[in-house]
Design a binder for this molecule. Structure first.
Ligand SMILES: *[C@@H]1O[C@H](CO)[C@@H](O)[C@H](O)[C@H]1NC(C)=O
Ligand SMILES: *[C@@H]1O[C@H](CO)[C@@H](O)[C@H](O)[C@H]1NC(C)=O
Ligand SMILES: *[C@@H]1O[C@H](CO)[C@@H](O)[C@H](O)[C@H]1NC(C)=O
Ligand SMILES: *[C@@H]1O[C@H](CO)[C@@H](O)[C@H](O)[C@H]1NC(C)=O
Ligand SMILES: *[C@@H]1O[C@H](CO)[C@@H](O)[C@H](O)[C@H]1NC(C)=O
Length: 382
């Protein structure tokens, strides 16, 4: 591994003044297994849509992917997502979408390339639980439970006894999210009140806990569980509640305070639940990723991070005060992208840019925003 250290050290020195992800080559994780929604999907919905002639969805068209891949990959981003950047920082390949592995290899034969079960639009709650009346615009049926079922199907040819599975998974980092944003987006965008949406939170946390417990039963030994983002800052919500009373906006960031408080409420409940799971499974490393504060710091001092564009506006969109227009989403006719996405925090009104993802991943990996720290939870400690 010496060459790797040297190479990364040189890179670190060269890029000292720009964004750099410090490699965690010493963590010892040999693969990443991902779950989540569009903040984590590296191509499952893309493959599903192609195979089932669904869409056309805005994120399947340029300029999505322009910054890093130079073509759309199914990521709702101009470039790499947090899970990509975590994989790279650990010297691992970009995590392959499960449906792509199934298309190409028919089955997962090893975990060498990692596997990602995240799907655009996924919810933590099952769709029939979240919305039995069909009022909400739920994009996909691939809820967290279905993603966990995929995981179990994947394991069957690889390991059967729990000790075999534990061995297989002992050096895998499971990235459990981001997930749960859509559980709230769908009702908020259907016009539901804060009071009603708040009553969903304990159920969402239970759904996440049940997925985590099931993964632990099947041998998972390290899980990184990100919380929810400060949704009061993102253009789609700023547009939904445009014209709110001036007192509802944080004067420093321009974010809607009550919506950010709602994210904090979800995160508090999640943290409490994670400590309960930790005490029941002391041999498992359960790391909370404080996505909320990792992202909020970008809105609080954007210039410090190189975000010189208005942080309330999406880089790519179809016009309006916040450059977010549901009738012209990024990639569809009527939308256009800013010249340099690296200067914007938000890409398409709902998702962060690669540049923002770099800072967020860096904050998580540099231990600033994880509890407990990723490196002290490394497999070498077991
Ligand atoms: C898929 O197949 C290729 C070549 O056959 C192999 O190199 C790769 O490791 C396989 N991937 C998985 C996840 O099984
Ligand atoms: C969603 O998935 C569940 C479980 O596979 C299935 O029972 C249900 O019919 C599906 N719903 C839709 C709308 O496809
Ligand atoms: C696990 O069980 C399934 C079904 O019985 C079998 O097909 C598979 O080969 C087994 N896997 C291992 C690793 O033994
Ligand atoms: C939103 O997009 C539609 C379709 O392109 C367009 O007709 C409308 O003017 C746009 N709205 C704003 C506020 O730009
Ligand atoms: C950013 O854009 C929003 C919406 O147009 C506007 O209200 C706000 O004043 C702008 N902020 C700055 C710092 O220009």
């Amino acid at each position: 591994m010496a060459w790797y250290y040297r190479a990364s050290l040189t890179m670190h020195v060269l890029l000292l003044l720009t964004v750099v992800i410090i490699p965690y080559a010493n963590c010892g994780y040999t693969s990443i297994i991902g779950f989540g929604d569009s903040l984590a999907d590296t191509g499952n919905e893309y493959i599903y849509a192609l195979d089932h002639h669904k869409g056309p969805y805005h994120f399947l068209f340029p300029p999505n992917g322009e910054t890093y891949f130079h073509h759309p990959t199914g990521r709702c981003c101009d470039g790499r997502l947090m899970i990509d950047l975590i994989a790279e920082s650990m010297g691992l390949p970009l995590v392959r979408p499960y449906l792509e592995i199934l298309n190409v290899n028919e089955t997962v034969r090893n975990l060498d390339e990692g596997v990602n079960f995240a799907v655009v639009g996924a919810t933590a709650l099952d769709t029939d639980f979240l919305d039995p009346m069909g009022r909400y615009d739920i994009f996909t049926n691939f809820s967290l439970r279905i993603q966990v079922d995929w995981f179990k199907e994947m394991l069957s040819p690889l390991c059967n006894t729990s000790s075999d599975c534990r061995n297989l998974l002992s050096s895998s980092l499971i990235v459990m999210g981001p997930i749960a944003g859509n559980d709230y987006n769908c009702p908020f965008f259907a016009g539901e009140s804060l009071e009603l949406v708040k009553t969903y939170v304990p159920f969402v946390i239970e759904a996440m806990a049940s997925a985590i417990n099931e993964l632990i039963q099947h041998g998972a030994s390290t899980l990184l569980v990100p919380g929810n983002a400060p949704i009061g800052c993102i253009p789609c919500y700023l547009t939904l509640y445009e014209g709110s009373d001036e007192s509802e906006y944080d004067p420093l960031t321009g974010c809607l305070t009550w919506l950010n408080k709602f994210s904090e409420y979800h995160n508090e409940l999640l943290k409490t639940k994670l400590s309960q799971i930790r005490s029941l499974h002391p041999h498992v490393n359960i790391i909370y990723g404080d996505l909320y504060n990792a992202e909020l710091q970008l809105y609080q001092s954007p210039e410090h991070f190189g975000f010189t564009e208005n942080t309330s506006r999406a880089c790519c969109g179809g016009g309006g005060t916040y450059n977010f227009n549901l009738s012209a989403l990024c990639g569809l006719p009527g939308s256009r992208a800013c010249a340099n996405p690296a200067k914007s925090i938000n890409w398409d009104g709902r998702h962060t840019t690669e540049a923002a993802n770099q800072w967020i991943a860096k904050a998580l990996l540099n231990e600033i925003y994880t509890i407990p720290h990723i490196s002290t939870s490394s497999v070498s400690q077991q």
